[in-house]
Write a protein that binds this ligand. Structure first.
Ligand SMILES: Nc1ncnc2c1ncn2[C@@H]1O[C@H](COP(=O)(O)OP(=O)(O)OP(=O)(O)O)[C@@H](O)[C@H]1O
Ligand SMILES: [Mg+2]
Length: 350
């Protein structure tokens, strides 16, 4: 394969994390999908983890999250993010014009679709292909080959829950809901404000969720405690608090129910032929929020289907997208991958 213009690249453009896979090199980056911009000059100062470290410390720094609900909402910044990541991870930095495949929410609107198309081609991409996240995740987890005729994937990320029922490599039905881990963080911030009069940063709320969070009401979980630092709303001074598992459970009850409802909704459009088989295959969870302890049990209880975490690393979608690109390329599908041709859209340059 001639790599002069850049190796084939796959990107999972998540609202919280952007992951990139480069042909023959594997997953080369997992960066927070954000940029730091100077308020004064408008210049972009940092990208990814370094940008996150700048926030709240320098008054000149404004944090920009260019990807909301799985689509570029700030097209200039999204373009910069893609261009920089391609340059950093391709050795022919300024010349890199790779073929790119991007995972997209299965319910992406045409407006977001055009924004993505614009940002990717502006970033120097030679050819753009998009693949719905549930399909990419299923391919990445090896769930579309022989013996896996049907699969149900629920990708529960930071801002989206994307549920797809896949039969023979194609989507039978899907549902995308704007709810995810960021809603749990916001619910924790609201509870702490209401009950303790303390303002928490989104990062502190997320850390508390990961440290002691579990799904409410199901079974018994050991009560754990975590320390969080925030700002007292009355005095304006720093204040330290202890949050327990039950505080976090109480806070996140609402958004957790919305996530489970989204999974339920995703199954409703199934044809009766496929519905019967779902009992045997169950639901495979991917995405960071699927790691919330007890979530798979709650989904299992509410839907009556088995549920398990299929991908603890979060890389399944980007690995699957890269595999889809290879399969599409060789024209004759590899034996273990049978993506549906209608769902792999090569997007023309605008
Ligand atoms: N152990 C954990 N327990 C609970 N939540 C977690 C855990 N680890 C990560 N998360 C949450 O998962 C979310 C990030 O997941 P992921 O990387 O799949 O999102 P994304 O792909 O960037 O977003 P989206 O797919 O919604 O655009 C964050 O909200 C994070 O707080
Ligand atoms: Mg995601």
């Amino acid at each position: 394969m001639w790599h002069y213009a850049g190796r084939d690249t796959a990107i999972d453009l998540g609202s919280a994390t952007v992951r990139m896979h480069v042909e023959d090199r594997g997953v080369v980056c997992r960066e927070p999908s954000l940029l730091a911009r100077s308020r004064r000059t408008g210049a972009i100062l940092a990208l990814g983890a370094p940008a996150l470290r700048m926030v709240g410390r320098d008054p000149d720094v404004r944090l920009v999250r260019p990807i909301r609900e799985g689509a570029p909402t700030e097209t200039d910044e999204a373009e910069y993010l893609m261009r920089q990541l391609v340059r950093i991870h391709h050795r022919r930095r300024l010349m890199a014009r790779p073929r790119l495949v991007i995972t997209v929410p299965s319910g992406m609107t045409s407006v977001h679709y055009r924004a993505l198309q614009f940002s990717a081609y502006q970033a120097g991409v030679r050819r753009l292909t998009v693949v719905p996240t549930p399909i990419a995740a299923a391919v990445g987890m090896g769930m579309t080959g022989r013996g896996h005729e049907i699969a149900v994937i629920a990708d529960i990320g930071a801002e989206l829950t994307d549920v797809g029922v896949i039969a023979f490599g194609g989507l039978v039905t899907s549902h995308t809901a704007a709810v995810g881990g960021a809603d749990l963080d916001r619910a924790i911030i609201a509870l702490v404000k209401r009950e303790h009069g303390v303002d928490l940063s989104a990062e502190a709320a997320e850390a508390a969720k990961i440290a002691v969070g579990t799904v409410p009401t199901l079974g018994r979980h050991a009560v754990r405690r975590t320390v969080v630092d925030g700002r007292d709303l009355q005095s304006g001074l720093p204040r330290r608090l202890i949050l327990t598992t039950s505080d976090v459970q109480r806070a996140i009850e609402g958004p957790v129910s919305r996530i489970v409802e989204a999974v339920h909704q995703g199954l409703r459009g199934c044809t009766p032929e496929v519905a019967g088989e779902l009992l045997a295959v169950g639901i495979t969870l991917t995405g960071g929020t699927s790691r919330l302890p007890g979530l798979e049990k709650l989904i299992q209880e509410r839907t009556g289907l088995g549920a398990c975490i299929g991908d603890a690393s979060g890389d399944a979608a980007v690995i699957g997208a890269a595999r889809v690109q290879r399969t599409n390329d060789s024209q004759k599908p590899a034996r273990d991958v049978t993506p549906h041709p209608r769902l792999l859209r090569t997007v023309p340059q605008p």
